[in-house]
Design a protein around this ligand. Structure first.
Ligand code: NAI
Length: 218
């Protein structure tokens, strides 16, 4: 399949298509029309057709989309057709919660190391992976082809640790510390900042709007 330049907006929606298609596969559904998918996903059928047309030739008139094929093509686009070695820096509440979440592994993100600076955590095992001290980090990265590093450490340490990662060849950072790391790393390093509180604020906005509308009605 030839990949065209796909807009960021479409890329942002792909994980959701991927998830729904995975669920359809689990339910034994082999093909689905844009209308049916639209009903499930609460996205207009024309949006679905437009999005999926980006990848060319997926849907067939009167036949719909081949679920398995579409799922595997989207997996390729998202880089989920191969496994990625991942480490976690910061084995506190969030770091350990992420380490314990086995679903990432099923999606191809293989957790191979957890690092912290707190000596109390040294050797503690999370899901069979021993927490190591950060002084072992450079050697570990060199030996294990680490692709993705997850930062679940204090904001004040994020830039300093990102530099260690980048200097040792890590190219992708999944950043949970509340700082926009993109501004602090070279432009060829890929950063995905995650801010759960932003999602919560959107929820809060919608809740206040709902409450306002409700007051007007009553
Ligand atoms: P925590 O205090 O439980 O864990 C932080 C861990 O990082 C500690 O074990 C600490 O020893 C370790 N650490 C400190 N310096 C380090 C270094 N240089 N290298 C490796 N490890 C180091 O904190 P929690 O609750 O797990 O939160 C972690 C971070 O994630 C905080 O910055 C917090 O603000 C952020 N956070 C972000 C969220 C988001 O949506 N982006 C949601 C929740 C927390």
């Amino acid at each position: 399949m030839e990949e065209k330049d796909i807009s960021r907006a479409v890329i942002k929606r792909l994980p959701r298509y991927y998830r729904y298609l995975g669920e359809l596969m689990d339910d034994g559904v082999e093909r689905i029309s844009s209308n049916e998918l639209s009903g499930r996903m609460k996205v207009t059928a024309s949006q679905i057709r437009q999005d999926l047309n980006n990848f060319g030739g997926f849907g067939q008139q009167g036949y719909g989309y081949n679920v398995k094929y579409l799922h595997s093509e989207i997996a390729k686009i998202l880089g989920l057709d191969k496994s990625h070695n991942m480490i976690i820096l910061g084995a506190g509440n969030l770091g350990q919660a992420l380490a314990n979440y086995t679903q990432f592994e099923k999606q191809g993100f293989k957790l191979i190391g957890i690092f912290d600076i707190n000596p109390v955590l040294k050797g503690v095992s999370v899901r069979g992976i021993e927490i190591r001290m950060v002084d072992e980090l450079p050697d570990f990265i060199k030996k294990h082809q680490v692709e993705i590093a997850t930062l679940t450490l204090p904001k004040s340490k994020a830039v300093e640790m990102a530099k260690v990662l980048v200097d040792n060849g890590v190219k992708a950072i999944w950043n949970f510390a509340h700082t926009d790391l993109n501004l602090s790393v070279p432009s060829d390093v890929i950063v995905e900042n995650v801010h759960l509180s932003e999602s919560l604020m959107r929820l809060s906005y919608n809740l206040s709007r709902y409450e306002k509308d409700h007051k007007k009605e009553s």
